[in-house]
Design a protein around this ligand. Structure first.
Ligand SMILES: O=c1ccn([C@@H]2O[C@H](COP(=O)(O)O)[C@@H](O)[C@H]2O)c(=O)[nH]1
Length: 311
């Protein structure tokens, strides 16, 4: 997590902007002439680059949600990888929200998100995804995770494993108590994550390469998980649009105010829709400037909100 921790320290900001474009979040003018997935993908890319340009100096990271891009097939995936590449070129840590998980041999293929295209004779692996970290689903156990840990270790990258997700029905499975223990499933996952990450701990910061996804919407559970996972960095979705507040975040950070990265997607990229006066845009440039302005304002407000809650 060294790269991420240093980016957070540089910006004094433990928050990440989620790049989750959808047609309803874009100014209509950007999709006015869209007739194909390629047109939409190009609009997404323009939207994302405007947001990245507006926030790259005040946030450490972006988190593109691959589902939003996959909905548009090949063109959408292309917009995803171009977005990642562009964000990195602006110095941002790119956390790909891909939530993969499968049997070991397939997980190894998914791990190419981190360590590049599979090795074949005469060809060097190519980093086609441009991600510094990805999210992973632990449901299949360690053999579904190990390829990601190995790839992360090989390439100085990280993973974030789902522990307690932010959605209301996360309780259906994650809050169940495991027979003959007094642990819930998310607590059991927490202990596994500490164990799985142990050999990858950073000597300076103490955090491993195996992070946990812990929703801001469950502050009491989140604080318990923080205690169970002293060496595990948290990715915290659920702030803003899902109802999580800065006060809910306190127990998710460590005693130094580190250890967590708080995500907001709609709260930042769609902040423009909450403006008092939304003009009739006469050009895409004007619309993108408007989006960018409100995204920066929202990102700064989020930073202040979290900083105040932690101080
Ligand atoms: O538990 C989880 C895991 C992932 N997410 C993702 O984070 C963003 C949240 O978007 P908002 O607009 O800020 O609500 C989105 O990409 C989710 O897929 C999550 O919300 N909860």
């Amino acid at each position: 997590m060294r790269q991420l921790i240093e980016a957070i320290t540089r910006t004094s900001n433990p928050s990440v902007v989620g790049l989750d474009p959808k047609p309803s979040l874009l100014p209509k003018i950007l999709l006015r002439n869209a007739k194909s997935p390629q047109d939409v993908a190009q609009a997404y890319f323009s939207f994302n680059t405007a947001i990245i340009d507006a926030v790259y100096d005040i946030v450490p990271a972006v988190k593109p949600q691959i589902a939003m891009y996959e909905s548009w097939g090949e063109a959408g995936i292309n917009a995803y990888t171009r977005t990642n590449e562009y964000a990195r070129s602006r110095g941002l840590y790119v956390l790909g929200d891909i939530k993969r998980g499968d049997i070991g041999s397939t997980a190894q293929a998914y791990a190419s998100h981190l360590n590049g295209t599979p090795k074949i004779e005469g060809m060097e692996p190519v980093d086609v995804w441009h991600e510094d970290a990805v999210t992973v689903n632990p449901y299949l156990g360690i053999d579904g995770i190990e390829p990601f840990i190995e790839a992360a270790q090989e390439c100085d990258k990280d993973i974030f494993v789902l522990a307690k997700t932010s959605n209301p029905s996360s309780a259906d499975l994650q809050d169940l108590t495991i027979a003959n223990t007094n642990l819930t499933l998310s607590e059991h996952v927490a202990l596994l994550l500490e164990q799985w990450g142990e050999t990858t701990r950073d000597s300076q910061y103490g955090y491993s390469r195996v992070g946990a996804v812990v929703g801001a919407t469950h502050p009491v559970i989140g604080a318990k998980l923080r205690e169970l996972m002293p060496h595990t960095f948290f990715l915290v979705p659920g702030y803003g649009a899902q109802g999580g507040t800065a006060r809910d975040l306190r127990g998710l950070f460590d005693s130094n105010g580190m250890g967590a990265l708080v995500n907001s997607s709609r709260g930042i990229i769609a902040a423009w829709q909450k403006a008092e006066d939304i003009p009739e845009f006469s050009s895409t440039e004007q619309a993108l400037d408007f989006v960018a302005h409100y995204a920066r304002e929202a990102a700064l407000a989020m930073k202040n909100d979290i900083t105040n809650a932690l101080s």
